[in-house]
Design a protein around this ligand. Structure first.
Ligand SMILES: *Cc1c(COP(=O)(O)O)cnc(C)c1O
Length: 300
């Protein structure tokens, strides 16, 4: 197996205390798990979400993978790279007509050997994907139980996982949130920050990934920190990313982690977290998505 845990440079994985004013004022401690540092291409949670799919594909003698995503999808580029490592051919079904200039994400995916098939937004939203015979299909964003199982293993990268009262991550499909929920005990609260607008079906999508024995677990998702919707980034968000970088030296991505950290900051200011709380924030990577911003927007 190629996409194994020991390919991750664990020395690089840092759980790092966040010295942020809002947290100090609120009397809480917050650590950040830097999954952005584990791999230059398959960064963050994508590594973990993919591994059980690819293992399953190889075990079933699949030679080809198909998956789907948008032009800036971290999942697309991570899948392309992971398939290359596994020696699997792969096709990415991309939302929207082929543009005259490919996004940096798609250029990279093609470089790693992914074949791109563009389909209209209408077809994409109806999941009318072209059939590729004999291909192993991975849902958009790696949504599914194998993805959640892999994502749960993120928690093993921090030595004192049991010591945190709250674990907080960004939410796209909810796969990572489900994986983390499965690793927490009754005293720990897991919270997701949705990066999409009014995506109120998420709680149920997360619930559907949890086996029966987790049915007593609460699913907490904050829906007010989408900044206008998926991939929307008003100047206020970009300036927060720059400010957070100046305060901590940590880069965030414009689609997920910046909205998550902003949300926790805001919730802390509002007194949402009881004094003495110990928060673990998951930096789930995704920095390549910042290439979608105009040059010069970010100070890092
Ligand atoms: C894909 C992604 C997420 C969302 O993960 P889900 O399991 O789909 O909820 C969060 N952060 C980053 C950086 C991502 O690339």
């Amino acid at each position: 197996m190629i996409l194994s845990d020991n390919e991750i440079d664990e020395k690089k994985v840092l759980t790092q205390p966040l010295d942020v004013k809002a947290f100090n004022h609120a009397g809480i401690e917050a650590d950040l798990l830097r999954l952005d540092l584990i791999h230059p291409v398959i960064s963050g949670n994508k590594w973990f979400k993919l591994k059980y799919y690819l293992t399953d594909a190889v075990n079933n003698n699949a030679k080809h993978i198909t998956t789907a995503g948008g032009a800036y999808s971290n999942h697309i580029v991570a899948s392309a790279y992971a398939c290359k490592l596994y020696g699997l051919a792969c096709t990415g079904i991309i939302r929207g007509e082929k543009p005259t200039a490919l996004s940096p994400t798609l250029i990279a995916a093609e470089k790693y050997g992914m074949q791109l098939q563009f389909i209209s937004r209408e077809k994409y939203s109806l999941k009318e994907y072209p059939e590729i015979e004999g291909s192993y299909f991975i849902e958009e964003g790696g949504y599914g139980q194998p993805g959640a199982k892999g994502a749960g293993e993120i928690t093993a990268l921090t030595k004192s996982f049991a010591s945190y009262s709250h674990i907080i991550c960004a939410v796209g499909t909810g796969t990572m949130l489900a994986g983390i929920i499965m690793k927490t005990d009754q005293s720990q609260q897991t919270e997701g920050i949705s990066v999409m607008k009014n995506n109120f079906g998420l709680e149920e999508k997360v619930r559907n990934l949890l086996p029966e024995e987790y049915s007593s677990k609460k699913i907490i998702i904050h829906h007010d920190y989408h900044f206008g919707g998926y991939a929307k980034h008003p100047p206020e968000l970009v300036s927060y990313m720059n400010q957070f970088y100046i305060e901590t030296g940590i880069p965030t991505d414009v689609i997920y982690t910046s909205k998550m950290i902003y949300a926790v900051n805001d919730l802390a200011k509002r007194g949402y977290y009881p004094k003495g709380s110990r928060l673990l924030l998951i930096h789930s990577g995704g920095l390549q998505g910042n290439l979608s911003l105009p040059a010069g927007s970010l100070s890092f």
